[in-house]
Design a binder for this molecule. Sequence first.
Ligand code: MN
Length: 261
Amino acid sequence: MLILVTNDDGIDSPGLQALADQLQLMGRVVVVAPDRERSAIGHALTLHAPLRANAVGEDRWAVSGTPTDAVNLGIHGLLKQKPDLVVSGINKGSNMGDDLTYSGTVAAAMEATLMGVPALAISLASESFQYDDFSEAARIACTLAKSVLEHGLPADTFINVNVPAGAPRGIRVTRQGKRVYADAVVQNQDPRGRSYYWIGAGELGFQNLEGTDFHAVNNDFVSVTPLHLDLTNYAAIDRLRQWQFEPMLNDTKDNGAGDDQ
Ligand code: MN
């Protein structure tokens, strides 16, 4: 059993350590993670700069790139065989609802999925930045990792796990919920008198809809959401087809020809 562990909080984060320690009970764990915090980096891939991978311990690599780089480089370069599983986390802070599109933790699992390796992303949902007991979340990661390996995931699918702070009441399979972002930009002056801005500083809300990741975690359940990479809104396809682009194109052509004459 070979498990690749990564994250977006950086190789020195306690969440990664707790996860790697627990997964070691299942098999060989190789950590390939960013050498510094890269939270909210999304699915960024470094294509125009060299990457370094420093061996910082046995089966432990610090990569000078993003979580996606770490998974890509880990699977294609550093590991001699394809891993059986990629686990990303344990992130400090939740990754639910619309936030997923920003998440480096989730993107690492996406990258593994693109490479045909089963993956799960796991985050500790805690309002308090002081709360950093990852032990329960690490145990849950292990349980879910075993389930993934036992059952196998549907094609092009990975799972996104959010663990509430404290002792969870159970596990719920959920759908991706909906964030309510505060439209706040903080503007201030730097010591040289120039304006600077801070985005994402406002209070975050969410729609408390039953069946969602937010609802589960808010009620002290572990949230397990199956995700896939196809962002197509299938329900909208027919509606867009009714817009009839084809005649519009012909109109443009006709007008163009008209101008020439
Ligand atoms: Mn993070």
